[in-house]
Design a protein around this ligand. Sequence first.
Ligand code: COA
Length: 357
Amino acid sequence: MTHSQQNKTYGISMIGIGACVPESVVTNDDLTKLVDTSDEWVRTRTGIRQRQVVSGDETVADLAIAAAKDALASAGISGEEIELIIVGTSTPDTIYPAVSCQVQHAIGAKNAAGFDMALACSGFVYGTVTAQQFLKNGMYKKALVIGADIHSRFVDWYDRNTCVLFADGAGAAVLVAEEGAEDNFLASDLHIDGSKGGELTLYNETENCPLVAPRSSASPHVSMNGREMFKFAVGVVPKSIKATLERAGIELEDVDHLVLHQANIRIMQAMSEKLNIPPEKMITNLEHIGNTSAASIPIALNEAVLKGEVKPGELLVFCGFGAGVAWGTTILRWTCVDHRTEKMATFQKSLANAHNS
Ligand code: COA
């Protein structure tokens, strides 16, 4: 960074949003072939009716790249203009190269820096807040933040406690810095608490060097204490949202929509009650998408934007929470003038047709 950059101030905005979910659908009824469960149990306890999962050789990078391209189209910019790529993922196809490197190559972001963040369901919010810092200090002008996860390769499909919840997908957003402009990110709040790390874990299967004592075996699958994760979420999220609103000098009534991590409809209902927010302000889509971990917030936002539910000028709260445990909130004014006019029209037409049929 040069001295002249240090004296300048930059306003940050989110100007594009995009998503990609795999095509293969697994319904609750399908799951009854694998575990002792029922559509009724899963719908009433979680709000989830179906989830989408990768098949064949589909990778998390494939989903991240498709979401990135969708977000670039939404922003109306080319991949070459992107200078920073942050990918929130805890389920990369390869430990290295990082998913951010694969995205960089695929979108032709010739001059970009990038890195991955393994913060599970908080990955997108952590990525967004991190990108803001690079943009605010003038180091970069355009950043791509992606949340992408494929938990279908990491859950035990014979464990009914976890297999009914998780799903695959990617969501992406473009953030830009404009010199002297108003900052549309109003405040943020980030936390981790490793003392509760054991409540939701995913070990890898690797072994020690054969010349030393072997590792004691750990499950290579997602292992979760559902009740504790529920309590954790309902305990910390309202506090984090309130603290962030206070920092921004905004009243809760002024917020137009909350886009929370889509973990469980009952968690969202509990939060609506605790914060006294009308349920219609909560953006939800987990009924047909499931819990896509780091991808859930941008996927839900993208759908709400395509539907016309979220409009430019509105105040939005994002809050991610999950394994780590980690959680974070950011508040922004939505200023994206979406360039995907044809896609939006087609999406809204198909919704209207479905409604009328
Ligand atoms: N189908 C049918 N029964 C199931 C089941 C399933 N898929 N999963 C669990 N059960 C059973 C349990 O075995 C238990 O039976 P028991 O009473 O005979 O022992 C009973 O249902 C109640 O289990 P419990 O774990 O208390 O249910 P719950 O109401 O807490 O719901 C979760 C379980 C996982 C849905 C819920 O705790 C949850 O959503 N937690 C948060 C998880 C989360 O969001 N994690 C990600 C955070 S990012």
